[in-house]
Write a protein that binds this ligand. Structure first.
Ligand code: ADP
Ligand code: ASP
Ligand code: MG
Length: 414
């Protein structure tokens, strides 16, 4: 069972969580619980790091930000004990959850679950702070923002859990963020592949890595709400969203829609370099320095030069990396040989996702026409087998998501 930040924000909510955990145990399960820091806490800690040292050392950043989960794991164990349950906390290094040494975005390499399983088998509820692990050098690491989802899936895989229940502040995965579109519909089932794509294009309900890990390790993941009635039954019968394989979805009675969901990501920034020479190696000279600095480039557009042997190249990077990317490209101006660099942070990426588009034409054209009808300008486009994304002005994000949701027939019946 994993509980997110909103579910852990304060004594009362932790008591509610403890109640849900206790009922699950009473229903006959052995339980491991992964918890997030209280809502807002990780942001607060990140800010302290920035204030202390703008160019912070990621290893020390991890020491600071991992503390939020340490607090909630201890508090949940205490609350469970107050309710008469046997419970103890297991910090990342105590389990241990072994990661690589990529501080602030570490990957889990191995979880040694023997001690954990022995304690659970003895009737003790294991409470594990999400988001944190231990590096090969023995230092605390964190898994990147939203990483508690990944901790939960990894622990579920390590203890060979029947299921990994992700409790959050919405009662499942919706066709789009239900906080943006009131008519969003809850999906009873979604495939790993679709969830992976939705997460990677901005549906933050699950961290992308948690979905790829669940897919790889065959962990049964269910998303559900922690804001449920005191007397709600144990989760086995709760109506959340279950992440399933393709075959399982085909075998269900759920009708497959052309489009599964729509996601928005406001965390991208756009860079245009003008008048690049149209010769082999020109584009490589732009992206090599970015890659070396671990800056992820997402959408890329380059026109074929027809006239002067020059072309403009536009691409997007995470907003958090924009300043660094600009500095790097400025250093390389002569080598790359561009004329001007134009950077803009005010862009959003809107994506429609669905495996149905593999076999159906017209998904992209519906998207372009719908946006055009509303006067929304498309700055860039990218596609994959099961996704179409467009880059637009940030101010138009909510409108775009709403009109697309209607255009693809996803709106819930009123
Ligand atoms: P937690 O703190 O529990 O990890 P998050 O804030 O990380 O919770 O994720 C839950 C939020 O994800 C919801 O409050 C919702 O606004 C947002 N969200 C975005 N896209 C979707 C979607 N397609 N379905 C459900 N929730 C979504
Ligand atoms: N507390 C961490 C964050 O806010 C991890 C998580 O909640 O998943 O990113
Ligand atoms: Mg989250």
């Amino acid at each position: 069972m994993k509980f997110g930040g909103t579910s852990m924000a304060g004594t009362e909510r932790i008591r509610r969580v403890a109640g849900i955990v206790k009922r699950q145990q009473e229903a006959g399960h052995e339980v491991a619980v992964v918890v997030s820091a209280m809502a807002g806490e990780t942001d607060r800690l990140v800010n302290f790091c920035r204030e202390a040292n703008a160019l912070y050392d990621p290893a020390e950043y991890d020491v600071v930000v991992a503390s939020g989960e340490q607090v909630t794991s201890g508090l949940l164990a205490l609350t469970l004990q107050a309710m008469g349950c046997k419970a103890r906390s297991w910090l990342g290094w105590q389990v241990p959850i072994k990661t690589d040494d990529a501080h602030a975005k570490a990957r889990i390499e191995d979880i040694d679950a023997d001690a954990l399983m022995a304690s659970m088998a003895a009737g003790e509820i294991a409470v594990i702070p999400g988001f944190q692990g231990i590096s090969p050098a023995g230092r605390v690491t964190t898994l990147g923002r939203g990483g508690s989802d990944t901790s939960a899936v990894a622990v579920a895989a390590a203890v060979q859990a029947d299921r990994c229940d992700i409790y959050t502040d919405v009662d499942g995965v919706y066709t789009t963020d239900p906080r943006i579109v009131a008519k969003a519909r809850k999906l009873p089932l979604v495939t790993y592949e679709e969830m992976l794509e939705l997460a990677s294009v901005g549906s933050k309900v699950l961290q992308t890595r948690s979905v790829s890990l669940a897919m790889k390790e065959n962990v049964r993941v269910q998303v559900l709400s922690s804001f449920i009635d005191e007397n709600a039954p144990a989760a086995d019968t709760l109506p959340g969203t279950l992440i399933v394989s393709d075959e399982e979805l085909e075998g269900s009675d759920m009708e497959r829609q052309l489009i599964t969901g729509i996601a928005a990501d406001k965390n991208e920034a756009k860079i245009t370099l003008t008048r690049i020479a149209d010769r082999p190696g020109a584009v490589a000279s732009i992206f090599a320095p970015l890659a070396e600095s671990s800056i992820n480039v997402d959408m890329i557009i380059q026109n074929v030069a027809k006239d002067k042997g020059e072309t403009d190249v536009t691409f997007t990077v995470p907003q958090a990396d924009l300043a660094r990317a600009q500095a790097l490209l400025e250093e390389q101006q002569e080598k790359i040989g561009y004329y001007r660099m134009i950077a803009e942070g005010n862009v959003a990426k809107i994506s429609v996702v669905g495996v149905g588009m593999r076999s159906h034409a017209g998904v992209a054209s519906t998207m372009f026409k719908t946006l055009a009808d509303r006067g929304i300008n498309i700055i860039a486009i990218s596609t994959s087998e099961i996704k179409v994304s467009v880059l637009i002005d940030t101010d138009e994000t909510e409108l775009a998501v709403r009109v697309l949701h209607t255009a693809y027939g996803l709106d819930a019946a009123a």
